[in-house]
Design a protein. Structure first.
Length: 422
């Protein structure tokens, strides 16, 4: 490409990216102070400045450093003046100005993709000011402490773990085991954040779905107990439990899609059929519940704890390792029947450990994709049936009748889809 044309193209990119940041700052500018630093024109010019300074002086590092330092001094002076005029003013706009300069520099370095990603991140952080502040205030001290510990262990311990198999049957890989723990915990934590941001009071069905991405069994247990205390309330608890059960199938598919694409193809028909059936029944129930409310469902009522607790993560890692060993042992000495029995027994309490162990064993070639898929489906159906037993023992009569009836259709849909796919 012609150098002059490339220069103009990159100049336009720097102008556009700086303008995006400036547009967001302009929207949030105090209308009583139109001359306040950091509007759309200022940010656009700053980004162009960064691009031009790098383009002109990238071979003269001393001059480039002096020009950059001069701009930083200008930013600091702006912050000192604004903080002197208003004691409550923050440094967000000045920091955004620094990023605008760096974005222009990235464009000048010939890294427009990096500049675009940084621009998007900056604009998102600036735009979602209120939700981020609300989430920070809603997060408790214990949750914050657990999150910090977990993130530290992910970025410090994970790289140090050996990425090789060892132990009995040569099936245990510490790095892969901990990586799976991070994956499952991340899915659960994303749902936990959503519940924190939206709040359980937004609706029992909504909370049931997000809770199902964390632990559908915990949702079934808590909603069943609540329905017994409030026997006149039926539909919200029924829909919440069914959505949690259906969300479990979505969580399994999400985990397998990351761990083993070949297994995902074999697993998609039965699990998607069960999820679709569950969601369809929920939609029918929702249209006929006639606005019935479950009242003020709290996070305490749902019995959902932060999934980033270190103890829980270590327990899941140990369970996953045990499932890997037991499944490999059962496959070697008892064939597929041993795998299916292991899946059935594991599914009574949990599906995540057997899911990721089947995905790993299938990817390594220890079992076929069809065997792994059938084992996961068996575990999912067993877990669905175990939730029905929870409802039978702990829920009110009306909730019990409707849940058991619909769970039968969900399992039947899975069996039907499985027979066609086989």
């Amino acid at each position: 490409m012609n150098q002059d044309l490339l220069f103009l193209q990159n100049l336009g990119l720097a102008l556009l990216m700086g303008s995006l940041i400036g547009l967001e700052r302009e929207r949030n500018r105090d209308k009583k102070k139109p001359s306040e630093f950091g509007g759309i024109r200022t940010m656009a010019l700053i980004s162009v400045l960064g691009y031009l300074i790098y383009s002109l002086f990238y071979e003269q590092i001393v001059i480039f450093g002096i020009m950059t330092a001069g701009y930083v001094v200008l930013l600091i002076a702006s912050y000192i003046v604004s903080s002197y005029q208003n004691r409550n003013s923050g440094a967000t706009t000045e920091i955004a100005g620094l990023f605008s300069y760096l974005i222009g520099t990235l464009v000048g370095m010939g890294k427009p993709l990096h500049a675009a990603v940084v621009t998007l991140l900056v604009v998102m952080i600036l735009y979602f000011k209120e939700p981020l502040h609300k989430f920070a205030h809603k997060m408790g001290q214990v949750e914050l402490y657990d999150t910090i510990k977990f993130i530290a262990i992910v970025f410090v311990v994970l790289p140090l773990l050996p990425n090789r198999t060892f132990g009995p049957l040569d099936v245990l890989n510490p790095y892969q085991i901990w990586l799976v723990v991070v994956l499952i915990s991340s899915i659960s934590f994303a749902s936990y954040i959503a519940i924190k941001l939206a709040g359980p009071k937004r609706g029992t069905p909504f909370s049931g779905f997000l809770g199902g991405l964390i632990s559908s069994t915990a949702v079934a247990m808590s909603f069943s107990a609540l329905s017994k205390k409030n026997p006149k309330i039926v539909w919200p608890f029924v829909i919440g439990i069914l959505l949690a059960a259906s969300a479990m199938f979505a969580r399994i598919l999400l985990a397998v899609s990351v761990l083993n694409q070949n297994l995902f193809g074999a697993l998609y028909p039965p699990l998607s059929a069960m999820a679709f059936t569950g969601f369809l029944i929920c939609a029918v129930f929702y249209t006929h519940k006639q606005g019935e409310s479950a009242g003020d469902i709290t996070e305490k009522d749902m019995h959902l704890k932060s999934p980033f607790q270190l103890g829980s993560a270590i327990k899941f890692g140990l369970l996953f390792g045990a499932m890997l060993f037991i499944s490999k042992f059962a496959s070697l000495y008892f064939g597929n029947n041993g795998i299916y029995l292991t899946a059935f027994l594991s599914g009574i309490a949990d599906v995540d450990a057997i899911t990721v162990s089947m995905a790993n064993l299938s990817r390594e070639g220890s079992i076929t994709a069809s065997t792994g898929a059938l084992a996961i489906v068996i575990a999912a159906m067993t877990n669905t049936a175990s939730k029905s037993l929870i409802v039978i023992f702990f829920a009110s009569n009306e909730v019990r009748k409707k849940i058991v009836f619909t769970m039968f259709f969900i399992i039947a849909a899975g069996i039907l889809a499985l027979s066609f796919s086989v």
